[in-house]
Design a protein around this ligand. Structure first.
Ligand code: DGL
Length: 275
């Protein structure tokens, strides 16, 4: 049996924040990253379209031989993961696994909040799907959840336009909004993998007593635990410490912007997702 890399998918660059934590915490594994930059953002798209695009990415990873795929995108996790796990996997590849990023964050939040008031910052799609509310309520029914959609944050990141007065305004605007909706919030989940890039601005506009949870480390810790509990999957993952990058848009632009997320130079290739 030939071992294969773990597939990491995002609508664009955001999943690189998760990939970075994965390569920090699980450096021995190989990864293939696909960013669907040509069709980003997903956050404002319909359920059906996000599902269709995400399924194409999953099929592409499977075609490359990946046994395990992480949807490092909250919008894809919220709108496509359940359908893919329940309807597509059994027919396409019953022994392969697709995991998301919402469940690990929902699991961990109970250990961070004292007030039991938690805020979710996410894309319109993630917020409207109510996935965080559903997942957190299942595990921690005593937690009160308030959500805020921040539709402009992903375009600010994708276009590298956040480090200015306009960027600061829009970050402050949504933080103020969510804290106005519930002043008892003591924990904020950055429910979009793009948002860690805005962390300095987010911290600047958030009171210091509020804990801000980014998903990278949470997802990496959860994957480590998953692979320990599932040796039958772990044994199929190759371990040479390599990462390969693909984008559905121009590789030169991807490489330039990826540096912002990864802090290092990479060389991506263009890919067409399987229909
Ligand atoms: N980074 C993604 C997320 O975690 C999606 C952003 C988008 O494409 O709108 O939700």
């Amino acid at each position: 049996m030939s071992k294969k890399p773990i597939g990491i998918f995002d609508s664009g660059y955001g999943g690189l924040t998760v990939l970075k934590s994965l390569t920090d915490q699980l450096p021995e594994y190989d990864y293939i990253y696909i960013g669907d930059n040509a069709r980003t953002p997903y956050g404002t798209r319909s359920f059906d379209v996000v599902y269709e695009y995400t399924l194409q990415a999953v099929k592409t990873f499977f075609e490359m031989g990946c046994e395990l795929v992480i949807l490092a995108c909250n919008t894809a996790s919220a709108k496509a993961l359940r359908n893919i796990q329940q309807n597509d996997l059994p027919r396409l590849a019953p022994n392969k696994r697709v995991l998301g990023v919402i469940r690990p964050s929902a699991e961990i939040v109970g250990t961070h909040t004292t007030s039991k008031h938690v805020g979710i910052l996410g894309t319109t799609g993630t917020v409207n799907s109510n996935s965080y509310v559903i997942e957190i309520n299942k595990l921690h029914p005593q937690i009160q959840i308030t959500q805020e959609a921040c539709p402009i944050w992903v375009p600010l990141v994708e276009n590298n336009q956040f480090d200015n007065e306009g960027g600061s305004y829009f970050v402050k605007h949504h933080i103020d909004n969510i804290l106005q909706k519930d002043s008892q919030i003591d924990t904020l989940i950055l429910g979009c993998t793009h948002y860690p890039i805005l962390i300095d601005l987010i911290k600047k506009h958030t009171p210091e007593n509020i804990t801000i949870l980014s998903q990278g480390e949470i997802v990496a810790a959860s994957l480590k635990d998953y692979l320990k509990r599932h040796p039958e999957i772990d044994v199929k993952c190759s371990k040479n410490g390599n990462t390969t990058y693909f984008t559905t848009d121009a590789p030169a632009a991807f490489d330039k912007n990826a540096k912002l997320f990864l802090g290092k130079i990479i060389q991506s290739k263009k890919i067409h997702l399987i229909d």
